[in-house]
Design a protein around this ligand. Structure first.
Ligand SMILES: NC(=O)c1ccc[n+]([C@@H]2O[C@H](COP(=O)([O-])OP(=O)(O)OC[C@H]3O[C@@H](n4cnc5c(N)ncnc54)[C@H](O)[C@@H]3O)[C@@H](O)[C@H]2O)c1
Length: 449
């Protein structure tokens, strides 16, 4: 039996052991998914807190879909450790799901991919042909450029000791219909035989299409452009949300009208783009384009539009308060929702933060309520509101995150506790005419004032 037939047969018998390096938003559900599919899983995370929580069956991430389904404690098919050296020798396939953030000067930070790669390759046994798959979001070329020098230095041989591949994760946190078991996957690998083996393996995890797409760089580029496309589409509606109100036209009316055409794709404007994919990944593409001397003008411009939305909205909020007669030295803004997206307790790259910082830099007091966020997740200076009923004397309530708890809150009670009845819908999800009838002075992103 050749290598691929043997690999297929071992998948069928669930004899393949899978290592997951990094048990965060991506790694933990992936580990649980392969465990539930019947495989033996070794999960590794450098964070002792994460390892301890997972070993207690708790979910260290804010993704509600992972909630109560973390297997606990260790069994013969579920091993969790801080040590890659302990896990790697047991594994046939290792998936690396570590962060790929940007630096303060908006450059890709590949240090996690490098360190995780070193930890894994150092522990790979000769002749084991262990397959190491990067799942983190990167620009085309990262997997090979980062890992091949390490492999060479350790005197490992591709095809004999180790194989490398890339399979981007595309799941959507907080969206049960697009979890790790429901999204299509693409696999890039220089060796088509290994690519086919991984197609068979990932097909055990997800019910959707799994496809070998050729070399690693194709899969790397596919992932990053998926998020670049979203950033550009959102930037367009955010730009329209600034132009159209100046023409006394509501952007939502225009989008509803345009959406009656068969090929118009509707996006919704908002206070900004958050999370650590859409506002981050375009910088990976911008950097790669710069490396090869090709301008990425459109991608750069879209990023600039989306990045400027929180400060634009802060300016609109200030104007609304001044026009309502709120004294500049005693203005209070209430942010409803802090995390970057609905139903997720994830504050990373949330537009709420630059919005609050801009307001506070104008001397405006900012309070925030988000039932999904820990009080320690807010920056200094923001008044954390634990109970929405305790809110007193705010001048404008701003819907920042469309959590159900925020959209459905008791608007009548909140109105009674406001000092000024101003309301700003930063996500275009509220029934503004109903709220206006209640007594709120309603405003919204992209709506003429
Ligand atoms: N969160 C998402 O929605 C999402 C979706 C698709 C793709 N991605 C991409 O997946 C990657 C991971 O994202 P995430 O949201 O899971 O990040 P995360 O920060 O939630 O999790 C990463 C985990 O890796 C651990 N870690 C860091 N270095 C390590 C090392 N050397 N060894 C072991 N563990 C290590 C961290 O402690 C952390 O628990 C990123 O590249 C991201 O862009 C994320």
């Amino acid at each position: 039996m050749d290598w691929l037939d043997k690999f297929f047969s071992r998948i069928g018998k669930k004899e393949i052991t899978i290592g997951i390096i990094g048990l965060g938003y991506v790694g933990l559900p992936t580990a649980i998914g392969f465990h539930d599919a019947g495989f033996t899983v070794w999960g590794v995370d450098v964070s002792k807190r994460t390892v301890d929580m997972v070993l207690q069956g708790k979910n260290p991430t804010g993704d509600p879909d992972v909630g109560d389904i973390v297997p606990a404690p260790e069994t013969e098919r579920w091993h969790i450790t801080t040590s890659a050296a302990e896990a790697v020798p047991h594994c046939d396939v290792i998936l690396v799901t570590v962060p790929t953030p940007i630096t303060h000067d908006l450059k890709p930070d590949l240090s996690y991919v490098e360190v995780a790669g070193k930890n894994v390759f150092q522990s790979i046994q000769k002749d084991s042909r262990t397959i190491v798959v990067l799942e983190s979001t990167v620009y085309p070329g990262v997997t090979a450029h980062t890992w091949l020098p390490i492999i060479k230095e350790l005197d490992l041989e591709i095809g004999i000791d180790v194989e490398i591949a890339y399979c981007p994760e595309r799941f959507n946190p907080g969206d049960a219909a697009h979890g790790v078991r429901q999204v299509a996957r693409v696999i890039g690998c220089a060796n088509p035989e290994v690519g086919q083996g991984l197609v068979a393996l990932y097909s055990q995890l997800t019910s959707e299409d799994v496809r070998y797409v050729g070399k690693i760089e194709v899969a790397e580029a596919a992932k990053v452009i998926e998020n670049v496309q979203r950033d550009i589409n959102i930037a367009l509606v955010n730009e329209l949300a600034r132009i159209l109100p100046a023409l006394d036209v509501d952007v939502e009316d225009v989008l509803s009208a345009a959406a009656t055409k068969w090929n118009f794709h509707r996006y919704t404007p908002g206070v900004g783009v958050g999370g650590h994919c859409i506002p981050v990944d375009p910088y990976y593409m911008i950097q790669r384009a710069a490396d090869v001397g090709v301008p990425a003008g459109l991608i750069t411009a879209a990023r600039a539009v989306n990045r400027s939305m929180p400060s634009h909205v802060a300016g609109v909020l200030s104007d609304l308060m001044w026009n309502a007669g709120v004294p500049a030295n005693d203005a209070k803004v209430l942010l409803l929702g802090w995390s970057y997206k609905a139903e997720v307790g994830d504050p990373r790259e949330t537009p709420a933060e630059p919005l609050a910082q801009t307001l506070m830099s104008k001397g405006i007091e900012v309070g925030a309520w988000d039932p999904h966020i820990e009080s320690t997740d807010y920056p200094e200076g923001v008044t954390v509101i634990e109970d929405i009923n305790d809110v007193q004397d705010y001048d404008i309530a701003v819907l920042v995150t469309a959590h159900k708890a925020c959209v459905d809150l008791d608007w009548q009670s909140l109105l009674a506790n406001m000092r000024t009845p101003l309301l700003y819908d930063g996500r275009r999800v509220l029934n503004l005419s109903e709220l206006e009838t209640m007594g709120w002075k309603v405003h919204a992103v992209g709506k003429p004032t």
